[in-house]
Design a protein around this ligand. Structure first.
Ligand SMILES: [Zn+2]
Length: 263
């Protein structure tokens, strides 16, 4: 790609919504009553959280720990907890940004009934959306759980066990392995959230996809599922995705500013 094309593209993506786009967005939103929002890493990068899987993502420089290795190897589990408690990728100080807050407002207005997210940062809940309306298909990095009985453990509890001498934590109920409550590479998708997400896609009349490049299946199939059930589709993402063609409205603009302009 020639340099001026790059410049042109970056200027386009930095632009705000055009009046005609805003009018289309409002019209699609006004004519919908059961909106589902589906978010990916792009919405949280505006809160300073790195995009782990993206082109400049953390996983390009740091090898992810496969789920099977985590289960099989004490060394892999130690490495996993060591990384978790190193300050570099801590999520707990991140705050919701204007994009999260705009979605939370739409939920409060009764317009959006469900938020499906690939993010593990818990920022939708921190922005005020009740747990029951957030579907986390990749889990949550702000706590841990037992792989066998699913008991929840707070990270502070695990830190107290692990940090003094790298002792590995085990479940006090069933002696199972404890792992951060995210879905790792190689780990099966969680059945409950996946079923809830599919049901939301089948019941929505407008799906707004935000900040995901739709490269990872099965999540990338959600917009198609909503479309098959007659929903309209809006995309807000700063780069082109392979599925842009199936959307009624595609906005290659910054997320927070775009959603704030809507409200
Ligand atoms: Zn257990």
């Amino acid at each position: 790609m020639k340099l001026w094309h790059l410049i042109e593209n970056s200027q386009t993506s930095a632009n705000q919504m055009k009046p005609v786009e805003l009018a289309q967005f409002k019209q699609l939103l006004d004519s919908a009553s059961k909106v589902v929002v589906f978010t990916g890493a792009g919405i949280s990068t505006e809160s300073g959280i790195p995009d782990f899987r993206g082109p400049n993502g953390v996983w390009k420089s740091l090898q992810p720990i496969d789920f099977n290795d985590f289960v099989a190897s004490e060394d892999a589990r130690r490495l996993s907890w060591r990384r978790k408690f190193s300050n570099e990728y801590r999520l707990d100080s991140a705050k919701p940004n204007s994009g999260h807050i705009a979605i939370s407002t739409l939920v409060e207005m009764g317009k959006v009934f469900s938020v499906i997210t690939q993010n593990v940062d818990g920022l939708h809940q921190k922005s005020g959306i009740p747990d029951t309306q957030v579907i986390e298909i990749h889990g949550n990095a702000n706590y841990a759980s037992c792989l066998d009985c699913d008991k929840r453990f707070e990270l502070i509890t695990i830190a107290e066990i692990f940090l003094p001498d790298e002792s590995l934590p085990y479940c006090d109920v069933c002696d199972g392995l404890i792992k951060t409550a995210t879905i790792s590479f190689g780990q099966p998708m969680p059945i409950g959230p996946m079923m809830a997400a599919e049901a939301a896609c089948e019941n929505t009349d407008l799906m707004i996809v935000i900040g995901t490049s739709l490269l990872v299946y099965p999540a990338a199939g959600f917009p198609q599922l909503a479309l098959n059930n007659g929903a309209n589709l809006i995309m807000i993402n700063n780069e082109v995705t392979p599925l842009d063609g199936i959307f009624d409205l595609v906005l290659h603009h910054p997320i927070g500013a775009t959603l704030s302009a809507l409200l």
